[in-house]
Design a protein around this ligand. Structure first.
Ligand code: 5GP
Length: 210
């Protein structure tokens, strides 16, 4: 746990299209004490996204400038775009006693885990099956098969990092997955960890990537 900070850090990662952004937003909107860390990205904004709320959309030059000035807590290259979390706003939120939620990938999670004096609770969200995942992606990318196939190809690589996380949940039903995360967070806030059946999770992962 963040040792001398009052707030705690919770990371949600998953392959693209698993519902993690919906879960993160639901957690923040139902709990005043949660703040979502807003990332910087060089990718284009989507029609439903709000600048400064979903992301800070910046140019490559702006991103590289922040990187050179070592402003990032973590950053990663994903689908040819750069994504990163600034250090300062996160520390300000933690110092105010806010719990911070991160919707970031496994590369960023790895970097955050290495930072001294900050400890995280990390969640990895799996889709129930590949058919559901493809449907969600087609819906998000307005039927763009090429883009969807590219994201599906990345799936196996992303899922292979499941065992670097504290908790792994299957998003087969939004409400039940959400409740599992909320219960886990409230136990973790009391300093209580839960054990998961790793064999069962491993079997689920193998079913998804075969
Ligand atoms: P999308 O472009 O679909 O919004 O996000 C693509 C991926 O980038 C998602 O897995 C998301 O969690 C991840 N991501 C978003 N912001 C960050 C960030 O600041 N750092 C890292 N490492 N990953 C991020």
């Amino acid at each position: 746990m963040a040792k001398d900070k009052k707030g705690l850090m919770f990371v949600l990662s998953s392959p693209s299209g698993t519902g993690k952004t919906t879960l993160t937003k639901k957690l923040a909107s139902n709990n005043n004490n949660f703040s979502i860390s807003i990332s910087h990205t060089t990718r284009e904004s989507r029609s439903n996204e709000i600048k400064g709320k979903d992301y800070y959309f910046v140019s490559r030059d702006e991103f590289e400038d922040l990187e050179k000035k070592e402003q990032f807590f973590e950053h990663a290259n994903i689908f040819d775009n750069r994504y990163g979390t600034l250090r300062k706003p996160v520390l300000e939120l933690l110092n105010k006693g806010k719990d911070v939620l991160f919707d970031i990938d496994w590369q960023g999670t790895k970097q955050l885990k290495k930072i001294k004096d900050l400890s995280l609770v990390t969640f990895f969200i799996l889709p129930p099956n590949l058919k559901a995942l493809k449907e969600r992606l087609l819906n998000r990318h307005q039927g763009n098969e090429e883009l969807v196939n590219r994201r599906m190809k990345k799936f196996n690589e992303e899922v292979s990092h499941w065992n670097e996380y504290n908790y792994i949940f299957v998003n087969d039903d939004l409400e039940s997955c959400y409740s599992k995360i909320v219960n886990t967070i409230s136990l973790e806030k009391k300093g209580l960890s839960q054990k998961q059946d790793l064999e069962k999770i491993k079997a689920k992962v193998e079913e998804l990537i075969k």
